[in-house]
Write a new protein. Structure first.
Length: 367
């Protein structure tokens, strides 16, 4: 790495990533601070000569400035409104996060903090950056206690927030543009809040609207009407699912009566062995549940759905351990499954071997 007598490159620190740019004709790949407090610029090789001109990737730097000052506003808003301090901050490539010291939060509180932060942005307040002694810091009051002693760099958002910080920041809050919350989650007794600022917020809002437009086009409606249309479709789907379930119950009732007529008698019990061509596994379970309500019934059923499903069942209290029988029939064929003594289900990877599995189980039942 290269150490210069002075530099404008920011090293990774305090939750903020490093600057990128060039030293002469060399790309700066990383910037970090060593144990001696020197800023180390990572480049492919040492620049020629004793003097070099550094150029910072300004769009990246300004993006980081927007995100970091926006974080100060948002953290201060949560403290002012709810006394929730920020435990940590991360400035990611796509999203920023703060972890708040609270285990309980709601959407209204998040909205209030977002509104307050944006109000300060729209007021375009000055952001003062200066150095202060420990005595000055104590007298002025800080949102966040300093992590180290001695003279500290202070970020002062006029009449709103004062906090020690070594990061890069905008000169006025209006340069942040916008703070937009993107998501939340509970994490080890804290609340993690995802947000974006400035150019990222604009890009996120555009993407959100584009997704809304795409969804609205699929449903031949406008974005504003999308919730009502989706709600109506959900209610219609729920009604259709209920009607379908009732029809399947009725179908299982009728088909069950017909199937019992095909059953053979083994040891005083009605044994039904059958492979269905294309019935769904859910319907097979429904059919089996209906059949075992009848007295003295044993079932060895399968369907060639994907994956191929198998059900062994009997009238509750029957003499056979259907779970053990199922495992014996499937294990040697690469299948697996399980259940109770009276009702067991499983699957076979190869549907062509269903007949073989059921025939083997039938032989075991007949002794």
């Amino acid at each position: 790495g290269v150490v210069l007598d002075r530099t404008a490159f920011y090293p990774t620190s305090g939750g903020q990533p490093h600057d990128l740019g060039t030293l002469g004709d060399l790309a700066v790949e990383d910037v970090r601070e060593n144990e001696a407090g020197e800023v180390v610029h990572v480049v492919a090789r040492a620049p020629a000569g004793a003097t070099v001109r550094g150029v910072i990737d300004w769009p990246r730097r300004f993006d980081h400035m927007q995100q970091h000052t926006g974080q100060h506003l948002l953290s201060a808003a949560f403290v002012r409104l709810f006394n929730w301090p920020t435990a940590s901050f991360h400035l990611g490539r796509d999203l920023c996060t703060i972890d708040l010291e609270t285990g309980s939060f709601g959407p209204r509180q998040l909205q209030q903090a977002e509104e307050l932060a944006n109000q300060v942005i729209f007021e375009d307040r000055p952001v003062h950056i200066r150095f202060a002694s420990p005595g000055e810091l104590e007298a002025q009051g800080m949102r966040k206690a300093p992590a180290r002693q001695g003279e500290l760099r202070l970020i002062d958002i006029e009449d709103f927030d004062r906090c020690p910080c070594g990061g890069t920041h905008v000169a006025r809050t209006g340069q942040i543009g916008l703070v937009l919350l993107r998501g939340t989650e509970k994490l080890r007794g804290q609340a993690r809040v995802e947000f974006v600022c400035g150019g990222r917020a604009l890009a996120a809002a555009r993407a959100d609207y584009r997704h809304l437009q795409d969804a609205a086009r699929l449903l031949t409606t406008g974005p504003a009407e999308l919730p009502n249309v989706l709600r109506k479709q959900f209610e219609e789907r729920r009604a259709a699912d209920k009607a379908r379930a009732q029809l399947l119950e009725r179908l299982a009732e009728l088909e069950g009566r017909a199937l019992l007529g095909e059953a053979e008698t083994v040891g005083g019990r009605r044994l039904l062995v059958k492979v269905f061509e294309d019935d769904e596994a859910d319907y097979l379970r429904l059919l089996a549940a209906r059949l075992v309500r009848e007295p003295n019934v044993q079932l060895l059923l399968a369907t060639k759905s994907r994956p191929a499903a198998v059900i062994f069942a009997q009238t509750p209290g029957g003499s056979v351990d259907m779970n053990a029988l199922l495992r014996e029939a499937l294990t040697g064929l690469g299948g697996k499954g399980g259940g109770s003594r009276d009702f067991a289900q499983g699957a076979l990877p190869d549907a062509s071997r269903l007949e073989e599995a059921l025939a083997d189980a039938r032989r075991r039942l007949r002794g």
